[in-house]
Every structure is written in C-alpha cells, then in structure tokens.
Design a protein around this ligand. Structure first.
Ligand code: ADP
Ligand code: MG
Length: 494
C-alpha cells in the first residue's frame, strides 16, 4: 500500500521532498557540518512505500557507515515526521556505468584493506533531490544485518567537554590512550568503573567519537565502532534468538573493530547473554580488536558474573572514576557555564558544588535549571534565586546541621584549624571565624547561648552574645563579609 505522501503523486513528491529536507536539516544540526558533509550529504531518498523508506548511497562502504552510525537516528527522525514509518532500508545506488550483474564498484565491506579513502564518489547528487525511483537495488537486502550497531552517541560527550581532575585523571588518561591506539597490549579490555553519574558513559562516548573522528581526518577508512549498553546487547541477543538469526548477530558483532559495552553490571545473573558476550569478547580480543567495558563495580566485585568472564575482564586495564572532589565539581561547573555562555556568579557555583556532592548529573541538572530559569525570566543568576529555584533539589541533600559541622565548615572556609574553634587564641584571623561559627550556631541550631559557649572551648554565654551581635553588625557594614557569611549559612542550612 502506498503511503499518503507517496513519491508517485507530484504533490506528494513535493511534500515528501520537504519532509526529507527537514530531516536532513535536523541531522546536520545534530552531527555538525563536517560530519554531515563527510557521510550524510550523499544520501538520496529513493522511495517511501507503506512503512518503509528507502535511502540510497553511492557505495557499499558509505551505505554501511550511514546505516551503522545514523540508522537509528534517521529512523527516529522519520518517525517523528511520519509515525507510520517502521524501517529505513539503505541501499547502494545503482552505478550507471556499472555492468549489469556487477553490483559493487568498490571494495567489499567497510574498509578497503589498503587504506583507501572512505570518501566515495565525488559527484554529488542534488542536495534536496529525490532519486529517480529505482528498481530493486543492486543487492538483496539480506546482505547485511550489521547496520544496526548504530551508536546513538551523544554529541556533547567528547574529550573536549570532559573535565579532568584528580578523581578521574587516570581513567581519562586510559581512555585517551585507547582512543589513540585501540587494541594496544595492556589496554585491552579497558574496564572503566565508578559510581552513578561520575562520567563513565561520557568517557565511552568520547572514545567512540575520537576514533571515528580520526578516521575521517586521516582520510582513512574509519574503524568501525559499536557502542551499546549491556542491556541493549541482551535485548538484541534475545531478539536474534527469537528470530533465529543468531548467526547474523554474532557475525555482525564480530566484524567491528571497537566494541564498547556500557553498564556491564546489567548482565549479572543473565547467564545466556553472558555466555554470548563471553564468546564475542574472546573472538574480538583474539582478533586484535578493542573492547571497552564500563560497570559500577570493579571486575572482582561483579558477583553473578561467571568466573572466566570476570577473569578476562580484569586482564587488561582496570581504571576507576572516584567520587568527585569539591575542586573538580567547581571546574566542571565552570566549564559548563563557559559552554552555556551565561554569567553565573562564583558564589553560586561554590554553593552548588558544596550542596550537590554526589553526582555530576545532578550537579549539571541543577545548574541547567538555574540557567533556564534565569533565561526564562530574563533575570541574572543570583545566590538567592538559586536557593529558591533549587529548593526541592537542595532539600533532598539537606540534613540537620550540628555545631561540629558548623565549626568544621567555617574552619575550612577560613583555612584555620578546627582546634582553633575551641582554643584560647585571640588573634583576629582565628577569632573572627570563631565568632562567625558562633553566630551560625545560634542561627542554625536550637542550642542555647551557654551550650554554644561550652562547645567553643568552654566560653561564657556573654562571649557568644557578643560574637552574635558583632557579626550581625559587620554584616551590615561590609557587603563582601555579609555574602561570605550568607554563603556559609546556605551551605549549612537545614
Ligand atoms: P555515568 O555513566 O558514570 O553514570 P555519565 O557519563 O552519564 O555518568 O555522566 C553524567 C553527566 O555528568 C553527563 O552529563 C556527563 O557529561 C557529566 N560529567 C560527568 N563527569 C564529567 C566530567 N569530568 N566533565 C564534564 N562532565 C562530566
Ligand atoms: Mg552511564
């Protein structure tokens, strides 16, 4: 059955050309001009029949590449335009001069072994054009099932946008190494592990992008990269079992040069899938291909993963992403702010980095909300605004504040020793922070003045009273001082 906007009717064809132009425009926005020109510009729409769209590419190589890397995305874009569409078929354009029965003018498969440039035909089909509807393509569609390893790589997750600090520098260095020279001895597999939101997926995508990009730059056939979560691996495997196409599944996976499997812990207890992954793993490593795996635990802690697989996983390089430090969180926030091109006062960043300490994803989310909010209302980002906008997020991170915490935070802030909070020293650089801590203890806890006095080295309640009024007075006089105390208060507040 012909679709409502079929290329067979002239008006339908016009409409379809528009849809196609929009889809390509979106894709170009998503992947960027360079990538688009290298790979996607040569796509031509051949037909839309029922639920299938047929897209042509000039060479088999290009067809595999586009299907492998953009297949899913194209399908999603098509579906967004025409929900009835279920699949995209990628075909090689019939070569006008090719002899009948000789379907492929170029080398087999993805890579010309001699390193011939991947750029295909120089002639460019009309940008917006629909191809002449062609007959059956030069080859049967069965010819490959490999296209579907399409990586939906996030364009934001590159090495450029990854902020390096103490907690992640080792994992980052390993990732760089592998991206530069895949399958180097000692780095295969690369096993990245760490808690939620610490950058595992970001690093994996960065490796994949770097490898793809380098291929493009050198004009060599890029290595084929397959990225997927362990969960997706499992679904695909099960689907292959159901449709009795496990051979194709195996072959298609084993033909990649770099395989990245994210969140391997998902395979815990999934015996069949583990078994299959183990075989794929061995086949690839034995063939000198690179494997990169991420997980929330180190291989040794992956209970429920078969011993032999666990052993092999730990045989290359194991690198962990540690919990972030305050410094790293600040750097990440600064980088994001610079990218967004928005002015956010340093105090707001400090506040966020203190308050949201667990997870970079949440930290980013909070910052994005602030920025979105400020844009929406055309207001500057301020500390007060931040506290208001992020009320719910912050509350989740809040806890009851104690005098000890106040002393510790204030001591850290002013770079004095915690013991100075209760020492008899009266030097101003110690006495002033001590007064601030007393003031905050009065503001933020329900302790009485004598009780607070006792916790500050057995001082009298009048000393505490004096501290409280002195700090309040200084806050009136000195805006910078007031902001400082406010910042401390917000950081501590319940
Ligand atoms: P994981 O896979 O470990 O759960 P992600 O890689 O998805 O974490 O990271 C969560 C979010 O935090 C992503 O948006 C990512 O870009 C960001 N992120 C994490 N670490 C960094 C970093 N070092 N530099 C920049 N962004 C980071
Ligand atoms: Mg992840």
């Amino acid at each position: 059955m012909e679709n409502a906007v079929g290329p067979s009717s002239p008006s339908g064809q016009g409409q379809l050309a528009e849809v196609w132009a929009r889809i390509r425009g979106r894709l170009r926005d998503e992947v960027g001009e360079v990538e688009y020109r290298s790979w996607l510009r040569q796509m031509t729409l051949a037909s839309l029949q029922g639920e299938e769209v047929v897209v042509l590419l000039p060479t088999r190589f290009l067809r595999d590449w586009v299907r492998g890397h953009y297949g899913d995305r194209l399908q999603a874009l098509w579906q967004a335009e025409i929900p009835a569409i279920r699949r995209i078929e990628f075909r090689v354009m019939a070569e006008p001069r090719a002899e009948a029965g000789q379907p492929e003018p170029r080398a087999e498969g993805r890579a010309a072994p001699n390193g011939a440039a991947p750029r295909p035909a120089r002639a460019e089909p009309a940008e917006a054009g629909l191809a002449e509807p062609l007959g059956r393509p030069a080859e049967p569609r069965m010819a490959d099932s490999r296209g579907d390893w399409s990586a939906s790589l996030d364009p934001r997750f590159t090495f450029d946008t990854f902020v390096v600090g103490k907690p992640n520098e080792f994992a980052h260095a390993c990732a760089r190494r592998v991206a530069e020279r895949p399958a180097m001895p000692g780095f295969n597999p690369l096993f990245l592990y760490g808690g939620v939101g610490l950058g595992k997926t970001h690093l994996m995508h960065a490796i994949a992008w770097a490898i793809r990009e380098r291929g493009v730059q050198d004009g060599r056939a890029p290595l084929s990269v397959a990225y997927m979560s362990a969960e997706k691996f499992m679904y695909r495997f099960i689907a292959a079992l159901r449709s009795q196409s496990t051979m194709e599944f195996k072959e298609s996976l084993r033909s990649v040069d770099v395989l990245l499997i994210d969140d391997l812990q998902f395979l815990i207890g999934k015996d069949n899938t583990q078994e299959e992954f183990f075989h794929t793993f061995n086949a690839l490593v034995d063939a000198g291909k690179q494997i990169i795996v991420s997980s929330d635990k180190p291989p040794s802690d992956l209970a429920g993963i078969e011993d032999r697989l666990r052993t092999r996983l730990g045989q290359g390089m194991v690198a962990d992403l540690h919990a972030t430090t305050y410094e790293l969180r600040i750097s990440i926030l600064q980088a994001k702010v610079a990218q967004a091109g928005v002015a956010v006062p340093p105090k707001v960043l400090e506040f966020l980095a203190h308050k949201i300490a667990t997870n970079v994803r949440e930290l980013e989310g909070a910052l994005n909300r602030l920025i979105a909010h400020a844009n929406l209302f055309g207001r500057a980002v301020t500390l007060e605004g931040a506290q208001e906008v992020l009320h719910d997020v912050l509350r989740a991170h809040d806890r009851r504040v104690t005098i000890e915490e106040i002393q510790k935070r204030v001591a850290e802030h002013y770079n004095i020793r915690l013991s100075d909070m209760s020492s008899p020293r009266r030097a101003r650089n110690v006495a002033r922070p001590r007064q601030i801590a007393m003031y905050l203890a009065k503001q933020l806890t329900t302790r009485s003045l004598p009780e607070i006095g006792r916790r500050f080295g057995g001082r009298d309640h009048t000393t505490v009273m004096h501290a409280v009024s002195r700090v309040a007075e200084l806050m009136q006089q000195d805006i910078a001082f007031a902001e400082d105390v406010e910042l401390l208060r917000r950081m501590l507040e319940t």
